[in-house]
Design a protein around this ligand. Structure first.
Ligand SMILES: Cc1cc2nc3c(=O)[nH]c(=O)nc-3n(C[C@H](O)[C@H](O)[C@H](O)COP(=O)(O)OP(=O)(O)OC[C@H]3O[C@@H](n4cnc5c(N)ncnc54)[C@H](O)[C@@H]3O)c2cc1C
Length: 380
């Protein structure tokens, strides 16, 4: 493996860094305070042609690889994880399965407009009784003339309150088998869907919804791929996205570390910058070392994805290490700031709240450990 980025990747990093500094930074605090997703930023992001970073150009994407996708995520999350979360739910969770398994017509109707920023996507898998345990999925789809009737509920769904369509996982048969779970592309508004905005402690500038689904009619042509049994696509999509989410965590860790470094240089106590005190200097040294370790783990994982050679356990290891590092590093950054770390005018408290989402979302760290343990032959 070549441990350097290509000139195109460095250029991409610079473009995203500039976008994040100029467009995302000025809005990040207000979006967090007011719990508002700045929708117009999606349109600006689409204008840069980066809504679909790693989809092939012939399909309407920017044609980059997974390493480049991770560069983009790292730079966005360094400044504004809430925006990065909404984008990730849109560009990966909500549309990757359509790109992978959708019919030509579904790609044209949903995937391509989503890449142009004309439609916002969401992905509804988690339910009140089943987040970690996909087998507990209760939402059911019943075959009726011309389509399906969906009944159930979905919880913690990113982008749901603002989505133009939601990819909904539902059981088309009662058995607990992979071919009993299918995905439906549900256009919004749908009279059978009621969506309630959820108030949060992390990524507050990203919209999250609780969805009640009451006999919602979905036409036949909105069954993903025109066939039942797309559960393996869900698993593949989640596994794929774990390395991407790890890159988001790397970005948050960097954002917190850079803020702590600047503060340690500037803040004087007893006439000396606090960074000159060994306790603070060692804390910063630990943060720098952990970021370096996570950076190369994330890009190694991305490279494995690009080789078509990522297994579930490797993806789980990358997500586990990066998400826990982001929580540790952002907490450390708060401590370096002293009382200022608790104040809203400094970014580190927000970054810590945002980082906590990622030891939970997209598969908790306990579930990642279970995946790794299974690869070692255990049955957790
Ligand atoms: C901000 C946010 C956005 C989200 N966005 C989306 C989205 O867009 N779409 C979507 O479908 N979901 C989304 N989620 C849901 C997320 O994926 C779930 O919260 C997550 O999978 C955990 O499920 P749960 O909350 O039901 O926790 P539970 O499954 O109830 O787990 C509770 C605790 O028990 C532990 N636990 C559970 N089972 C095991 C086990 N077998 N072994 C060891 N420990 C276990 C968990 O690790 C956790 O610590 C989002 C969540 C958040 C917080």
């Amino acid at each position: 493996m070549n441990f350097s980025f290509s000139p195109e990747q460095e250029q991409l990093r610079e473009t995203v860094r500039r976008f994040a500094e100029a467009e995302l930074k000025p809005l990040v605090s207000a979006a967090d305070d007011d719990e508002i997703f700045p929708r117009e930023l999606f349109r600006r992001w689409a204008e840069l042609g980066l809504l679909g970073v790693r989809y092939p150009e012939e399909d309407g994407g920017a044609g980059f690889d997974k390493v480049s996708d991770c560069i983009v995520r790292e730079e966005l999350s360094r400044i504004n994880q809430a925006f990065a979360s909404s984008w990730s739910a849109h560009t990966h969770l909500g549309i990757w399965p359509i790109w992978k398994a959708g019919t030509a017509e579904q790609r044209e109707r949903f995937f391509r407009p989503a890449l142009r920023g004309e439609k916002i996507a969401a992905f509804g898998l988690s339910e009140p009784d089943g987040g970690s345990d996909i087998r507990a999925l209760k939402t059911r789809a019943e075959k009726v003339s011309g389509g399906w009737r969906l009944t159930g509920s979905k919880m913690y769904i990113t982008n749901a309150p603002i989505a133009d369509f939601i990819l909904v996982a539902a059981r088309t048969r009662p058995e607990l088998t992979p071919d009993a779970v299918s995905l439906f592309i549900v256009q919004q508004p749908n009279p059978g869907f009621s969506i309630h905005r959820m108030k949060k402690e992390g990524i507050r500038g990203s919209d999250t919804g609780l969805i009640h689904i009451d006999e919602a009619f979905v036409p036949d042509d909105c069954l993903l791929g025109g066939r039942e049994g797309t559960y393996p696509v869900i698993l593949e999509s989640l596994s794929e996205n774990r390395v991407g989410v790890a890159a988001n965590c790397l970005g948050m860790a960097r954002g917190a570390y850079e803020a702590a470094l600047a503060y340690a240089r500037e803040r004087k106590v007893r006439g000396r910058p606090i960074g000159d005190y060994q306790a603070i200097a060692h804390r910063l040294a630990d943060m720098a070392a952990e970021i370096e370790a996570v950076r190369w783990l994330v890009y190694y994982g991305a490279w494995r994805v690009d080789q078509g050679d990522i297994d579930a356990a490797t993806a789980a290891k990358v997500k586990l290490m990066a998400s826990e590092a982001a929580v540790r590093i952002s907490e450390s950054a708060i401590r370096v700031h002293g009382g200022a770390g608790i104040m809203r005018e400094f970014p580190v408290g927000r970054i810590h709240r945002d980082a906590l989402v990622y030891v939970i979302g997209e598969g908790t760290v306990e579930i990642q450990r279970n995946i790794i343990a299974r690869s070692l032959g255990f049955k957790p």
